[in-house]
Design a protein around this ligand. Sequence first.
Ligand code: PLP
Length: 495
Amino acid sequence: MTDRLTSAASAPAVDLPQSRYLATAVPGPRSVALHRERQAQVSGGFGIVLPVFVEQADRGILQDVDGNRLIDFASGIAVTSIGASHPRVRERVAAQLEKFTHTCFMVTEYESFTRVARWLNEHTPGDFEKRTALFSTGAEAVENAVKIARSATGRGKVLVFDEAYHGRSLLTMAMTAKENPYRLNFGPFPAEVVRAVSANPLRPVAAQHDAGAVASAADVATAALASVEATLAEHGAQNFAAMVIEPIQGEGGFVVPAPGFLAGLRDLADRYGIVLVIDEIQAGMGRTGTLFASEHEGIAGDITLTAKALAGGLPLSAVTGRAELMDAVHAGGLGGTYAGNPLACEAALAVFEAFEDGCLLANARAIEAAAREVLEPLVSETDSVAEFRGRGAMLALEFADRGTLAPRADLAKEVSARCHAQGVLTLTCGTYGNVIRLLPPLVIGLDLFADGLQVLRQAILDVTAEDSVAAARSLTAEHSAASEHSVTAVSPSLG
Ligand SMILES: *Cc1c(COP(=O)(O)O)cnc(C)c1O
């Protein structure tokens, strides 16, 4: 036993140089060949951000099969917050692997499941007695929160919001807002899912009625809440089991709701006896500089959902909520073959240990400060960066034309492509696909992060400048076409 632990702990550590390095074009020839084989074998239903095959990953670096070292601004979509090869995760999982891989927690028990539950009960927002149920994926956590809320309230409806993302299973697809790619061709969807407006400070749907007036953040929240209450009334507030919201919307565009909106939802939930479910699957587990993003607004869900960064890259999700809700479900009503797999539970315990000294949360805040300094000036320096937003290491830039706010997905896509070509792995998101989001691992070195930020900043300056020139040219062309009374007057040199 001791021998095994020792050998597991002394297995060669992944220790990649924390610097960007391009040995080939990105993707390189070996990745291109492997991707060709993938296309022959894997369902075309899977998309791909960057067709590069990873060989090793360590802190802020992904090393590919061609020897390129890419800066990781994605963390596998907010999963590998403590890195993709954290020593504690490797040690704990390796040690568990020596003992057993699975029993099924519904058949025979193991202690790590209870210990993960206990940590979540103690650390999630809310000063009340809690219980936790573990599952494998985020979508499963969302589905089970709905099951629990229905069982506890005897009601059926679920309130969700504009720009929401809750997963790809049938119910969570219905709860997700964006059509393409998430919902397209996959209906019909489960009934009883009702959508309300969100409080997006840049695009305040509900406040638009006050024509001309620039809505303050408080106005945005107040107007959105009035609209939410109207939606509840329309469908009968007493019919709602749950309202489910992300404290910062992830796939929907890293939208930080106007201050006061989440607290207002908390009040509405209390007033109408609706279970407030806070989906912290992307924003939680330290991502925003606090353990949970709802802490920034001083609110607690009756149920809090975690997944993604919960287990250092192993599949694990959790529903943590008021004891009386969680225990309202009949025995045998919750579960799943792999729910709370022992390897994943050990990985989660390693993640909790990694958060103990507070350094990771400080890192998230340092990441925000560094990014803000380099990226926020782009809002005034360019014509098409509409906003820099986010919290901690969950940050985004939205591309839209100045004045009209017409979304510019083309710019986000081109900037991303240039970052990828230079070895910086960025992701896009947003209802209009016009947002570049930053989700670096919390363990990224600040020098490496700064290098990635400069690549991103330069790509934005270049792409937006080229766009302004192109726009000016087409204006000139229109002007000369108009003045010559000819629609074919665009000279090739202007094209
Ligand atoms: C990713 C995500 C989910 C779904 O998690 P999966 O593990 O992909 O099923 C749900 N909610 C939010 C906010 C997410 O970001």
